[in-house]
Structures are given as structure tokens and as C-alpha cells.
Ligand binder design. Structure first.
Ligand SMILES: Nc1ncnc2c1ncn2[C@@H]1O[C@H](COP(=O)(O)OP(=O)(O)OP(=O)(O)O)[C@@H](O)[C@H]1O
Length: 453
């Protein structure tokens, strides 16, 4: 590609991404030239600027550049000489004061990284300490000791946060590494696009040239055969080269349905760590950290004693909901110009608090199921395998899986220390029976309704 071609392309980019984005992000960058291996080099005002353009517009740029043939395979952003910089480089959004400016000069286009999701802002507690320690280890970028790192846990428990934190940390400390973060959905999208455009070689080369690959929400590729196939090959090629892979999912590898066995076993072959549901201390820690940032944003706003503790007690669904509640509370209090009292909190967050009230616990499910089948709770949980106890036990396990965010191992623990495979078997059995046995189907439905009421 030549400078003239780049000039011609700029007008088109403005149409594609909108004039404002174009003026802010594309106009200030300068095509520097080509490097061997199909690398198009651009001068950018700052490292962060390059990273932002790469993460947000890299795909579009590559697609447009491919109009000039297969010559451009990768993008490289380098900080221009001071003389070349525009007088005022725009600040990328979103950023946080503590966001480390990534130093990477050679970045592969992936999904945008959230500037707030760093290790600094990640609060560590019992439920996530192992996942955090593993993420930290990987972020050191040293010798690959476990591959892949598989992080899993329920909604909003910090999987994406940890992955972004690894990416930020690596881009700061190991700018020589090519780090690629994307969701499994984006992986599929790119794969399909490459197929359509007959650019599979480029696709393969791109993915095989990364040093660290992070794929978020891998459960998405379950049931999508050709994407799984390609993912498997990418995975193997990188592992063979001893390149680090980090995967996240909303459940453990053996709980992801419609995943090929060879992929499942590959995913299990490294370190599998579970982000447990939050406990009170972790929730309080997260709220206290958030409060610090709100104090800066709303310096005059007062918050009453015990409010954070109240929220940490009452909102135990997930961290996203917890953060959202605090955000709403501060916004509301500042709008009405009142201090945050208990009364205002209950008023402002009535819906969130009500929703949390309805949270169903394993204890409650066990109690209701035992009542329903007229058996003792100790028999429901205990070791006896007679049918009269085993079937209700399976129903209870099934309901725990459906109605709570608990993982299979945890459910197993709460049923007299049973193994998670026993729980999985029980859940499957009830799933099957529901379509064959109307009595079971009715029981399950009745119990579900009464628990959710
Ligand atoms: N330990 C933590 N410390 C600080 N913030 C946290 C922590 N855990 C989660 N969060 C925050 O909670 C929100 C949700 O986290 P995140 O998006 O990482 O969840 P997730 O596990 O990827 O969920 P999903 O399955 O919905 O994608 C984010 O704003 C994140 O910063």
C-alpha cells in the first residue's frame, strides 16, 4: 500500500465510522509505510492512542486495507516523533485515572479493552483469590506453566475484568508480546468472514502469530461445529508453540453442552479455576473501593453509617448489580441534593432490593423438596441411595442448578459432599425424565413456581 492509497481510503473510513470518530481517531494517524510480512505501519501521537485505534478500528482498517490486495496482514502503531504530533492529542475513552497507558507498539486488532478493568481495581477476596493469583501469574508473561488458564464463574463475577487486567499488564510490562483478546463470538465472526472472503490463510496466520490469546465466553462456540474445529486447530497450534492461552466461560469445561470432547479435554488440560459467588466481605470491599471514586466525583455528598454494609448484605446477586446500585444511589442523591440515608437508599433501590429478596438458596430448595416428597431433610442430603430419596435428591439438585448461580461442585458439597459428576448426572436425569414422566414434570414445575413466588 502507498501513501496515496491510504489518502484515498481515508474518505471511505469517514463514511464507515462517522465523521466525529474519523476526525478524532483516524485523521491524526499517519501511514508510515510497509514492513516485511505485510505489516502496515502507522504513526500515532501516543501509545494509548495506537492501542485504542487498534482495538476499536483495527478490524475495519484491515478490511479496508485488504481492498488493495492481500498485501496488508497486520497493523503496527508506533509513536511518531514529537515534531509530528498534533498539538493536542485527543484522550481516549473510557479511561480511569489509574489506567496504565499500554506501551504496546505492535498490537493485533481485538476487542476493545476497558480501561477500568485493571489489577489495581480488582478487589481480591476468598471467592476469587485463586483466579486472581493465576491471572497475576499469567500476566507476568514468563515461562508458560499452565496452558490454558481456564477461568469460569457465574454472570458478573469478574472474568472479563481479570482478562482485561492481564492484557493491560502484559501490554505494559511485555510490549514485545502480541496479545490478542476477543470474545468467542468475535472469533466466530472473523472465521466466517475469512471463509466468505477466502482469506483463511490470513486468518490462520493472524491467530498463529499471537503470543497470548484470550478468548472470552467460550461457551458461545458450543454447537457451532466448524468454528469449534477452527478453534481447536488454533488452540493446538499455539499450545505447540508454547504460547499462552486464556479462556473464560460461564461454567466448567465439562458442563458446557455440545462441546466436542477433544476440545473439552484440551480446555481441561491446563489450570481450571472457578470464580465463586461473592461473599459479604468481598462485596463490602468492592463497595468501599467504589466509594473512593465516588467521593472524588461527588465531594460534597454525604453517605450515612452502615449503608455499604446494608448493600453488601442485601445485594448478593453479582458484582455488576452491586456496582449499578451504588452508581444509581449516588446519581439519585446528587440529583435531589440529599445525603445518602438508609431511607433514601431503600427508596431509590426498592426494585433491586426486592429482586435480591427473591434470591433462592440451596437450603430453601432442599427444605421445600423434602417437604414436597414427605421425606426428612437428612435423608434428602444423606448417603442413602434408595429410590424414595434418590429421585427427590435429583429433583433438588436440578432445581439448585436452574434457580441458583451455584456451580456443580458447590451444589455437590451441599448435598453431603457429593462429587460434581453426581450432580451433573442427577440434573441430566431430571432433564430427561421431565419429557417422559408427567409426574416428575409436574413436581418440578410446582416446586419451581412455589420457590420463585
Ligand atoms: N473482584 C472485583 N473487584 C472489582 N470489580 C469487580 C470484581 N469482580 C467483578 N467486578 C466488576 O463487576 C462487573 C462485572 O464484571 P465482569 O464483566 O468481569 O464479569 P464477567 O464474569 O465477565 O460476567 P459475564 O459472564 O456477564 O460476562 C465489572 O464492572 C467488574 O469491574
Amino acid at each position: 500500500m502507498t501513501k496515496d492509497q491510504w489518502g484515498a481510503l481515508q474518505g471511505e473510513l469517514s463514511d464507515t465510522i462517522g465523521e466525529n470518530n474519523y476526525k478524532t481517531w483516524i485523521e491524526p494517524i499517519d501511514f508510515h509505510g510497509m514492513e516485511p510480512g505485510g505489516v502496515a505501519v502507522f504513526n500515532v501521537p501516543t501509545n494509548f492512542f495506537g492501542s485504542y485505534v487498534s482495538q476499536n478500528y483495527g478490524d475495519i482498517l484491515l478490511a479496508k486495507l485488504s481492498l488493495f490486495g492481500n498485501e496488508v496482514r497486520r497493523l503496527k502503531f508506533q509513536v511518531a516523533n514529537v515534531d509530528n504530533r498534533p498539538a493536542q492529542a485527543p484522550r481516549p475513552q473510557p479511561t480511569a485515572a489509574s489506567t496504565p497507558a499500554p506501551q504496546q507498539a505492535d498490537v493485533l486488532p481485538g476487542a476493545p479493552l476497558d480501561g477500568r478493568f485493571t489489577f489495581d481495581s480488582f478487589i481480591v477476596g476468598k471467592p476469587n483469590e485463586l483466579a486472581h493469583a493465576a491471572a497475576r501469574r499469567v500476566a507476568e508473561g514468563g515461562v508458560v506453566t499452565f496452558n490454558p488458564l481456564f477461568l469460569y464463574g457465574g454472570v458478573g463475577l469478574g472474568k472479563t475484568h481479570l482478562m482485561h487486567a492481564i492484557a493491560w499488564e502484559l501490554s505494559r510490562s511485555r510490549p514485545d508480546l502480541n496479545v490478542l483478546y476477543l470474545s468467542a463470538e468475535q472469533f466466530m465472526y472473523r472465521f466466517v468472514q475469512a471463509l466468505r472472503e477466502r482469506r483463511m490463510m490470513d486468518f490462520k496466520e493472524l491467530f498463529r502469530s499471537v503470543d497470548v490469546l484470550m478468548v472470552d465466553d467460550v461457551q458461545f462456540i458450543a454447537g457451532k461445529d466448524s468454528t469449534q474445529e477452527e478453534f481447536f486447530h488454533t488452540f493446538n497450534a499455539l499450545v505447540d508453540q508454547n504460547k499462552q492461552i486464556i479462556i473464560s466461560a460461564d461454567r466448567a469445561p465439562d458442563e458446557i453442552k455440545d462441546l466436542e470432547n477433544r476440545i473439552r479435554s484440551r480446555l481441561q488440560s491446563g489450570l481450571v479455576v472457578d470464580l465463586h459467588p461473592t461473599d459479604y466481605e468481598l462485596r463490602l470491599g468492592i463497595l468501599q473501593a467504589k466509594l473512593q471514586t465516588y467521593r472524588e466525583q461527588y465531594p460534597t455528598l454525604e453517605i450515612g453509617e452502615g449503608i455499604l454494609e446494608f448493600l453488601a448484605h442485601r445485594i448478593s446477586t453479582n458484582v455488576r448489580v452491586l456496582e449499578g446500585a451504588l452508581t444509581r444511589l449516588f446519581a439519585f442523591a446528587s440529583l435531589v441534593g440529599q445525603p445518602i440515608t438508609m431511607e433514601l437508599t431503600q427508596d431509590c433501590l426498592a426494585d433491586v432490593l426486592r429482586a435480591s429478596d427473591r434470591k433462592i438458596s440451596i437450603d430453601e430448595i432442599q427444605r421445600r423438596v423434602a417437604e414436597h416428597y414427605h421425606i426428612r431433610l437428612s435423608d434428602l442430603i444423606g448417603p442413602k441411595r434408595v429410590r424414595n430419596f434418590a429421585r427427590p435428591r435429583q429433583v433438588a439438585m436440578y432445581l439448585c442448578k436452574q434457580l441458583t448461580a451455584r456451580s456443580l461442585p458447590e451444589i455437590g458439597r451441599r448435598f453431603g459432599g457429593r462429587d460434581h459428576t453426581t450432580v451433573m448426572h442427577g440434573v441430566k436425569r431430571i432433564e430427561e425424565l421431565r419429557s417422559q414422566d408427567s409426574q416428575i414434570a409436574d413436581d418440578v414445575e410446582l416446586l419451581r413456581r412455589s420457590l420463585e413466588a
